[in-house]
Design a protein around this ligand. Structure first.
Ligand SMILES: NC(=O)c1ccc[n+]([C@@H]2O[C@H](COP(=O)([O-])OP(=O)(O)OC[C@H]3O[C@@H](n4cnc5c(N)ncnc54)[C@H](OP(=O)(O)O)[C@@H]3O)[C@@H](O)[C@H]2O)c1
Length: 325
């Protein structure tokens, strides 16, 4: 059965992808950072499953800038597929920590590509790029050939990584793909992201644990999809005859206000009774209108996103209520 290596296995996408690959009979290896805290909530059910952990799921310590250790893990595990999901994933935070965002997201990806270039057995490689590479685009919706014009440190770092993946595919013949992902959410989304902040606050207020939610602008529109649907497409990308880049998006946008309204309504609340707005949460250069065209993924991968943003708002709020009870 095939073997996969996942960077960022402890993240939202990494945890869904791991479950999906294990279900398909893969052996899965994951790279994890060495920290003083070994809690990895999203992987807990698999970690504590004696039939899975150290049987078909293995974890290895390696930071993204630790090229020697990553090379050693790659040589030892000989994966057929390498899913590169790790990175500083918060766009807003990239204005506060631009150097480390670039160090891990841009240079971390290049270091991986350099290691692959020298390997005797080269795994198929998937890099998770982002809609942020388009920044303030001239065309709507954006597709695989829309010019990259990033406006955030995160977007600039992802642009570098995306173009390096293309360069290594064309110059060195690597089976290397970019999944150009628009926002995708789930109950496992990190709590600093606006969707999860909203659903957690809605859950807390509905249970009497909190009374207000503080947000920045409500006008921003996002193309929000469901994380497990996007990780399904990531796997499909590496099963094709030839490597390519694919936009993963729903093609529809909703405003932060619509998401907020749906989350609060789902627990019988009116968000206007609890909202406080603070300019502190507004980004220096807000990307306002990113919407993706998933036609290429639909045609080649036969992949269609089905969960809507407003359904996600309800699902995530219900999950937060459940976990707080
Ligand atoms: N979710 C989205 O809407 C979206 C959209 C476009 C692109 N993306 C990209 O897709 C990828 C996965 O997203 P996600 O939502 O799953 O993000 P996430 O939940 O924040 O997970 C990020 C993962 O990267 C790991 N990581 C971060 N810095 C690292 C480092 N220096 N060395 C090793 N590991 C490191 C984290 O490890 P720890 O657990 O130790 O922190 C975590 O496992 C990211 O690259 C993100 O930028 C996501």
């Amino acid at each position: 059965m095939p073997t996969a290596l996942i960077t960022g296995i402890t993240g939202q996408d990494g945890s869904y992808l791991t479950e999906q690959l294990l279900d398909r009979g893969y052996t899965v290896h994951g790279l994890v950072r060495r920290t003083s805290n070994t809690v990895r909530t999203r992987l807990d059910p698999l970690f504590h499953n004696k039939g899975v952990y150290n049987k078909s799921l293995f974890l290895h310590y390696a930071d993204l800038d630790d090229a020697t250790t990553i090379r050693r893990v790659l040589v030892k595990t000989q994966p057929d597929e390498l899913y590169h999901l790790a990175g500083q994933s918060h766009v807003g935070a990239s204005f506060d920590i631009p150097e480390s965002t670039c160090q891990f997201t841009a240079m971390g990806t290049l270091k991986l590509l350099e290691i692959l270039r020298d390997l005797e057995k080269q795994p198929r490689f998937l890099h998770i790029s982002s809609s942020e590479i388009f920044g303030r685009p001239d065309e709507f919706p954006q597709h695989e050939h829309t010019p990259m014009r990033p406006v955030t440190p995160y977007g600039v770092a992802k642009t570098f990584a995306t173009q390096m993946v293309q360069l290594y595919r064309e110059s060195f013949g690597l089976f290397a793909c970019n999944a150009i992902c628009y926002n995708h959410e789930s109950p496992r989304r990190g709590e600093s992201f606006v969707t999860r902040k909203i659903t957690k606050a809605a859950a807390e207020i509905s249970l009497g644990l909190n009374d207000e939610i503080v947000l920045g602008s409500l006008d921003g529109r996002r193309d929000w999809g469901s994380a497990p649907e996007y990780t399904t497409a990531m796997h499909l990308m590496l099963q094709q005859d030839a490597p390519d880049d694919y936009v993963l998006a729903t093609g529809k946008t909703h405003s932060v206000e619509e998401f907020l309204d749906a989350a609060f309504r789902s627990v019988g609340l009116k968000y206007k009774n609890h909202l406080k707005q603070n300019p502190k949460y507004m980004r220096p250069a807000e990307v306002t209108r990113l919407v993706g065209d998933p036609t290429h993924a639909k045609q080649r991968l036969e992949w269609t996103p089905t969960t809507t943003a407003l359904e996600l708002a309800k699902q995530m709020t219900a999950a937060d209520v459940e976990s707080l009870k």
